[in-house]
Each structure stands twice: as structure tokens, then as C-alpha cells.
Design a protein around this ligand. Structure first.
Ligand code: GUN
Length: 301
């Protein structure tokens, strides 16, 4: 409960991710020094979507900064599905590549499902391959999608014992909503997945101790939907145009309203966003270690 009425604590994703990246860099050094192994991440970008270009550039920079190898493959938007599948086949067989990420969305003429299924599951650092999806759903040891993993790390830092808490995930995407719900379930939360057809959404949200908003609709979740003392994780990153023509990034939650009611909340920007790449780097280290049957310290698996 937030009795003091001073507003919610801010969950600082920037600081959290900096800490995680430092741990990754330390683990990369240890793998290199003790096992002569340098984790490598291949990122495939098809076409020229400006947002995707920014993400891919960022991933490359951070991968190299963490001491890992980065392999960038930028393909023309006109590339055929067969050509893309051939590239992935080569990356699957390349021993220097431990993680493969194909930036989404892909052009319409390419079947994204087919491409994801072509990635070797143990190199699928996005955790999107059906094998990894199934492992997450059945409690096995697969690759966990980066954004939900980052949300979970921040949430567990704030609420170490999630058992029995009511959690609502607003949004049912394969990238965030569904895997997030599985992670919460694995922590023994009582989980509701809400979506565009959910009736009485504000009332559903009001019952929750944990609110994860991942719908991609600017400031949809209002302050009076939030149960006092709830923890709010805002996955949304929406660029909105202000009356003066300038733009601003906002989340899926109306931050100023929600922070008055919640006990803790992630800001946008600076909340969940920075955690995604940090978790991608982490997954790449995990993938490299597993492929070489190297045990990682506690907390890594
Ligand atoms: N596009 C937006 N988010 C993601 C992500 O997490 N992984 C990939 N591969 N593409 C994305």
C-alpha cells in the first residue's frame, strides 16, 4: 500500500538494465578467459523500417560493448522467403553464432511464422520458436522472450514473493502478453489476460495487485483503474503528437494518474524499454553456455 500519498516508487529500468548488462559483460569475460568462448549474436533486418533500423543499430552497439560478437545481416525488402531461410540455415550451422534474432515485422510477402520456425530453438534468443513457446507454457527450460523476462526481473525485485497475487496482463500478443502471463503463472500468480474483447476492463484491472500493460494504446489504462498499492509495469512505447506539433513518448498507462495510486510503477521512457536489449544479451550468453554445456552461476538459469 502507498499510504504516505507521496506517489508510487519509480522502477528504474535504466539503472536495472545497466546492472544486468554489467553482469552480462562479466560473464562474457569469464567465458572467454575460462573457456575460450565468445558469445555471438546474429541480427537479421529485412527492409528499411526506420524504427527497426534504430533497434538493430542499438542491439549491435550494446552487443559489442558487452564483449560479444555481433553479426549484422541487412537484407533488401525484396528478398525472397527462400533466400531468408537459406541465410538462417547458414546461421544455424555457424558455430560462432549462438543467438539469432530476426527483427519483426517482416515484409508481407514473407511468412514470419515459417522464418521463426526455421531458427534452431537453442539459438532462438527471442524465444519465439514454437518449441520455446511450448517449453515456457509447460515449465521447461527454453529461451524466454526478452521483454517479458525484463518485466519479470523488475517485478520480482519489487515483489519477491508473487505467490497468490492477482495479476492482469492487458494485451495478448505472442511477443509480450502471452509469455508474460505464463511467467506470472509460474510464480503462482492468479492471472487474467485481458484484450480488446474483454468486458468491463477497468473493473478487471481494479482487482489486480500486479498490472502489466502491453496493448500499444497510448495512456489507455487510467489512474482510477488501478487498485491502491498495485505495482504497474508499463510495456507500451507510443509516440504521440502534442498540440504544439512536438512529439512525446508515452506508455499504455496514464502515468501521472497511476503514480498517485500505485505503490510502484515503471516510467516511459526509462522503464521496461532498456531491459529488453539487456535481456537479449543475457539470453545470448545463456544460449552460448548451453550450446557448449558450460554451467552458469546461480540466478542465470
Ligand atoms: N520487433 C519488436 N519487438 C521485437 C522483439 O522483441 N524481437 C524481434 N525479433 N522483433 C521485434
Amino acid at each position: 500500500m502507498n499510504d504516505s500519498n507521496t506517489g508510487a516508487a519509480l522502477i528504474d529500468g535504466k539503472a536495472f538494465s545497466a546492472n544486468l548488462v554489467a553482469q552480462v559483460a562479466e560473464r562474457v569475460r569469464a567465458l572467454r578467459d575460462d573457456h575460450h568462448l565468445t558469445p555471438g549474436l546474429a541480427v537479421v533486418l529485412v527492409g528499411e523500417d526506420p524504427a527497426s533500423q534504430v533497434y538493430v543499430r542499438n542491439k549491435h552497439k550494446r552487443t559489442v560493448e558487452a564483449g560479444m560478437r555481433s553479426f549484422e545481416h541487412t537484407l533488401d525488402a525484396s528478398v525472397t522467403e527462400a533466400e531468408l531461410l537459406t541465410l538462417i540455415g547458414g546461421l544455424n550451422d555457424d558455430p560462432e553464432v549462438h543467438g539469432i534474432l530476426v527483427q519483426l515485422p517482416l515484409p508481407r510477402h514473407i511468412d514470419a511464422g515459417k522464418v521463426i520456425e526455421a531458427i534452431r530453438p537453442d539459438k532462438d534468443v527471442d524465444g519465439f520458436h514454437p518449441w520455446n513457446v511450448g517449453m515456457l507454457a509447460s515449465g521447461g527450460r527454453g529461451m524466454v522472450p526478452c521483454t517479458p523476462l525484463g518485466c519479470m526481473m523488475m517485478l520480482k525485485d519489487r515483489v519477491p514473493d508473487l505467490s497468490g497475487k492477482r495479476a492482469i496482463v492487458v494485451g495478448r500478443s505472442n511477443i509480450v502478453g502471452k509469455p508474460m502471463a505464463h511467467l506470472l503463472l509460474a510464480e503462482n500468480c492468479t492471472v487474467t489476460i485481458a484484450h480488446s474483447r474483454t468486458r468491463d476492463l477497468p473493473d478487471e484491472v481494479r482487482r489486480a495487485d500486479i498490472v502489466v500493460a502491453a496493448v500499444g494504446r497510448p495512456e489507455m489504462v487510467r489512474g482510477d483503474w488501478i487498485k491502491p498499492g498495485a505495482v504497474v509495469i508499463d510495456v507500451g512505447i507510443n509516440r504521440v503528437v502534442l498540440p504544439d506539433g512536438k512529439t512525446r513518448l508515452v506508455g499504455d498507462v496514464q502515468f501521472e494518474e497511476a503514480r498517485k495510486v500505485a505503490s510502484a510503477i515503471t516510467p516511459v521512457p526509462g522503464g521496461v524499454g532498456p531491459m529488453t536489449i539487456a535481456c537479449l544479451l543475457r539470453n545470448t550468453v545463456v544460449a552460448a553456455a548451453r550450446q557448449h554445456r558450460i554451467a552458469l552461476p546461480d540466478g542465470w538459469e
